[in-house]
Design a protein around this ligand. Structure first.
Ligand SMILES: CC(C)(COP(=O)(O)OP(=O)(O)OC[C@H]1O[C@@H](n2cnc3c(N)ncnc32)[C@H](O)[C@@H]1OP(=O)(O)O)[C@@H](O)C(=O)NCCC(=O)NCCS
Length: 149
């Protein structure tokens, strides 16, 4: 992430209508323990089991945003964008107590508003597919994955 990314983000966020009690900002390395904690609680083990790889993955991704309330990280999105064709959402997660209050949608809004010509793509979990449909995603069917580690 560069200073150009940060100024793009500030410019973008200023145009969005975000929930009043949360702030969205670019992630920082000190957010990583919170990202690990939230992921582990959701049953996504990679950030805790493979912390160095996960940290490298965060460093190499953009947009990588956190939502904060009262100084606490309450959600995050890690995505990657070619800025013109596709923004791919790798992970989107909101802590349980904060769900249903527009935080997840706001993080997606920010990813979209940063690069408005790029389509959003995501591989959803069964639990979240209705959220994505509600947001306007079309269901394209199956995800394929082959792991090497
Ligand atoms: C899916 C998730 C990111 C949604 O975040 P959120 O902050 O709760 O979503 P929002 O509050 O922005 O919801 C927007 C709308 O979708 C609805 N919605 C939220 N989660 C939903 C779900 N799982 N199923 C159906 N509708 C859902 C909300 O009620 C809201 O509807 P409204 O606009 O009519 O009020 C969050 O529930 C989550 O972190 N889930 C666990 C992790 C996960 O599955 N992530 C996605 C895989 S990458």
């Amino acid at each position: 992430m560069t200073s150009h990314h940060i100024s793009e983000l500030e410019h973008t966020l200023a145009q969005l209508n975000l929930p009043e009690d949360i702030a969205i900002r670019a992630w920082q390395e000190q957010d990583f323990p919170a990202i690990q904690r939230l992921s582990e609680a959701k049953g996504w083990p990679t950030p805790s089991r493979r912390p160095e790889d996960a940290l490298a993955g965060w460093r190499n991704s953009w947009p990588t945003l956190v939502a904060e309330a009262d100084g606490e990280v309450i959600g995050f999105v890690r995505a990657w964008s070619d800025k013109h064709i596709t923004t791919y959402i790798f992970e989107l997660l909101i802590v349980e107590q904060w769900r249903g209050r527009g935080v997840g949608s706001s993080l997606l809004d920010a990813c979209h508003a940063l690069y408005p010509r790029a389509r959003l793509e995501v591989s959803s979990t069964e639990h979240s597919s209705s959220f994505y449909r509600r947001y306007g995603f079309r269901d394209l069917g199956l995800t394929h994955r082959k792991s090497y580690v």
